[in-house]
Design a protein around this ligand. Structure first.
Ligand code: NAD
Ligand code: LMR
Length: 325
């Protein structure tokens, strides 16, 4: 029997976690032979709800579930964790931008960054989902100087998946026939969903769709998809977010397929001229648990303008939380 992998999930009583946790014990992230210890964190008022989730976990009789820890202490949640999904944060409601959450949620990530610094393994991988995800990841990372920056990423995989699906629908092909889509920058309405390098059945995507559709329909659709889901559901996306969290973590651990890449928001080290000390989404390939920004992509004037817009928004967000960095 393999030793269990400890997975911390914050905001474990919330709606994304409810869609995530049961997929983890079904083996959707680590496969059907890897036992798991879940370390579930939420605020003290939600511990009762966590007890209910534990009952449901037990009632699944999953052979993969080795143990469950429930706690309102981030130090306990992150102790021994191999992987962490930082989901716990307030979601936006109708009419809000994700950036409006910065002030309410930033404190959570400075506290959790410090806790990660105190108790997490140096080999931990941390995926920040709670919004505004890029800047929350920056806060957590800055407050955890003992951990390598490469241990942190923020989730732009939902945007990536949305872009792939929109393109596949437009081109009447399968999602598997779409490759090399990229999300650059912030998980917000300034993100740049880029299909300049994308391929549809091996052909350049921009030979398959018209540029006006790309610029005026596709880009805003992907950028605003979160708000449209909130309007329709009355709540922010949950199952698709949990699915994207699993996709992003799975690629991080096990690699991207040959000939393709994915999008991850990662600590920027000046790639493509973007400012250092931002958590910025790039097209990345992954191998042996490490990510690498796809090098050498040509960026035309249109793309450069889009990158500058999203970089600027991240710089403003960073300024707003300077006291926590
Ligand atoms: P939710 O309100 O259903 O759940 C949030 C949970 O976090 C609650 O149980 C709450 O008690 C808990 N929480 C609050 N403060 C905490 C703290 N200090 N420590 C631990 N837990 C804490 O929200 P949700 O729908 O699950 O969304 C969670 C976050 O994910 C939101 O910020 C949302 O905007 C974001 N989100 C991000 C993406 C993305 O693509 N990056 C996608 C969807 C949602
Ligand atoms: C999403 O993209 O669905 C989430 O970030 C939720 C939101 O506020 O849009």
């Amino acid at each position: 029997m393999r030793p269990p992998v400890h997975i911390a999930v914050t905001g474990a009583a919330g709606q994304i976690s409810y869609a995530l946790i049961f997929r983890l014990i079904a083996g959707d992230l680590l496969g059907p032979e890897q036992p798991i210890v879940l370390r579930l964190l939420d605020v003290p008022d939600a511990v009762g709800a966590l007890q209910g989730i534990v009952m449901e976990l037990v009632d699944c009789a999953s052979p993969l579930l080795d143990d469950v820890v429930i706690t309102s202490s981030p130090q306990i949640a992150f102790q021994d964790a191999d992987l962490a999904f930082l989901v716990g944060a307030r979601p936006r409601t109708q009419g809000m931008e994700r950036q409006d959450l910065l002030i309410v949620n930033a404190g959570i990530f400075s506290e959790q960054g410090k806790a990660l610094n105190e108790t997490a393994k140096e080999t931990i991988r941390i995926l920040v989902v709670g919004n505004p995800a890029n800047t929350n990841a920056l806060i957590a990372m800055t407050n955890a100087p003992r951990l390598p920056p490469a241990a942190f990423s923020a989730m732009t995989r939902l945007d990536h998946n949305r872009a792939v699906s929109q393109l596949a629908m437009k081109c009447a092909c399968t999602v598997a026939e779409v490759r090399r889509v990229a999300i650059w920058g912030n998980h917000s309405t300034t993100q740049f969903p880029d299909i300049h390098h994308a391929l549809i059945r091996g052909q350049p995507a921009l030979d398959c769709v018209d540029f006006d559709w790309y610029a005026q329909d596709f880009i805003p659709t992907v950028q605003k998809r979160g708000a449209v889901v909130i309007e329709a559901r009355g709540k922010s996306s949950a199952a698709s977010a949990a699915n994207a969290a699993i996709d992003q973590m799975r690629n991080w651990l096990y690699g991207t397929p040959d000939g393709d890449w994915t999008s991850m928001a990662i600590p920027c080290q000046g790639q493509y001229g973007m400012a250092d000390d931002l958590v910025f989404s790039f097209p990345v390939t992954t191998h042996d648990g490490q990510y690498q920004v796809v090098p050498g992509l040509e960026l035309n004037e249109f793309s450069r303008k889009q990158l500058a817009l999203t970089e600027r928004e991240l710089l403003i967000e960073r300024e707003m939380v300077a006291h926590l960095l």
